[in-house]
Design a binder for this molecule. Structure first.
Ligand code: TA6
Length: 289
């Protein structure tokens, strides 16, 4: 899917042919870039990322579903963060309105069956991802239980954001929130955030928070807001030096240029759906000076 600046600055979506045939599948419904008109790129992508079938993409907005990290149910197969980001999502619709473009993509358990890890979570579902590229970037993930039994799942919109230098960047909006610290050497007890989040080493925290998080990028003189609905947790992650060096799809010197602010249901707040029920989580990313 190519979004390009058309005449008069309107984005132009060039998927008409593929939509007509209904045969366009995109791995992971994965947003890989977003640069609002007149701004610098907001979504970060590693220069070392793989772009190969069945390989996770390092950057953009990975859709973590139906588990986060290694997951909590016994017997879940690798990779971490579930199989949705490796599965073929079918592009169902593309709409251009008021200078914004909305893409609708769908994944069913049947279409996901080709991903080996899917066999470890054998539940019927339909997931719909709606992405709107405009003055802000909105991503909504709706999961519907289409099977006979109750299901429980974790999810995260694992958004990688571009910053000038994580060492002079803070994240506001989480003051007073409890969090699980997953950084090496951290204990199992929940901690409480005091003031803004600052970065002085590997940072990997799962907050219990429904608040809007704001990335304050002092060096770039901009703020990136991550507003959300339907998400009980916010994850803040930067790998820092050692973890960056340990990831083959992440450049050793890239760690100062990004921070993940993920809108999730992953701590104790798995989503539980009875037959026919659905849940939507939405992230809205905005840039202000
Ligand atoms: O969301 C933070 C995190 O869970 C980190 O622990 C780190 O593993 C990151 O996700 C990346 O995970 P991935 O499986 O994409 O390498």
């Amino acid at each position: 899917v190519t979004l390009a600046e058309g005449e008069g600055g309107l984005p132009v979506v060039r998927v008409a042919t593929a939509l007509a045939t209904g045969e366009l599948y995109l791995q992971g419904a994965h947003v890989t870039a977003w640069t609002p008109a007149g701004a610098d790129p907001v979504i970060w992508m590693s220069g070392a990322s793989h772009f190969a079938p069945g390989e996770p993409i390092r950057g953009g907005i990975p859709i973590c579903f139906p588990w986060f990290g290694p997951g909590r149910e016994p017997g879940l197969a690798p990779p971490a963060h579930g199989f949705a980001r490796l599965a073929p999502w079918r592009l169902e619709a593309a709409e251009e309105r008021d200078g914004a473009v909305t893409l609708t993509l769908r994944l069913t358990d049947a279409d996901a069956a080709g991903v080996p890890a899917a066999a470890s979570w054998p539940h019927p579902f339909t997931a719909t991802c709606t992405v709107t590229f405009g003055r802000e970037l909105t991503v909504a993930l709706t999961v519907r239980n289409t099977g006979p039994e109750e299901i429980s799942y974790e999810e995260a919109l694992h958004t990688y954001l571009a910053v000038s230098d994580v060492r002079t960047t803070t994240v506001d909006g989480l003051d007073g929130a409890t969090y699980l610290d997953k950084a090496p050497g951290a204990g199992p007890d929940l901690l409480t955030q005091e003031g803004e989040v600052t970065f002085t080493g590997e940072t990997d925290r799962v907050y219990a928070s429904t608040a809007t998080a704001v990335v304050v990028d002092e060096g770039a003189g901009r703020r990136i807001g991550v507003d959300k609905d339907g998400s009980a947790n916010t994850v803040v992650w930067n790998p820092w030096v050692d973890k960056a060096a340990a990831m083959p799809d992440y450049g050793d010197d890239e760690w100062p240029s990004m921070v993940c602010v993920e809108t999730a249901n992953a701590l104790g707040d798995a989503v539980v759906l009875a037959l026919g029920e659905e849940h939507t989580t939405t992230a809205r990313i905005t840039v202000t000076r």
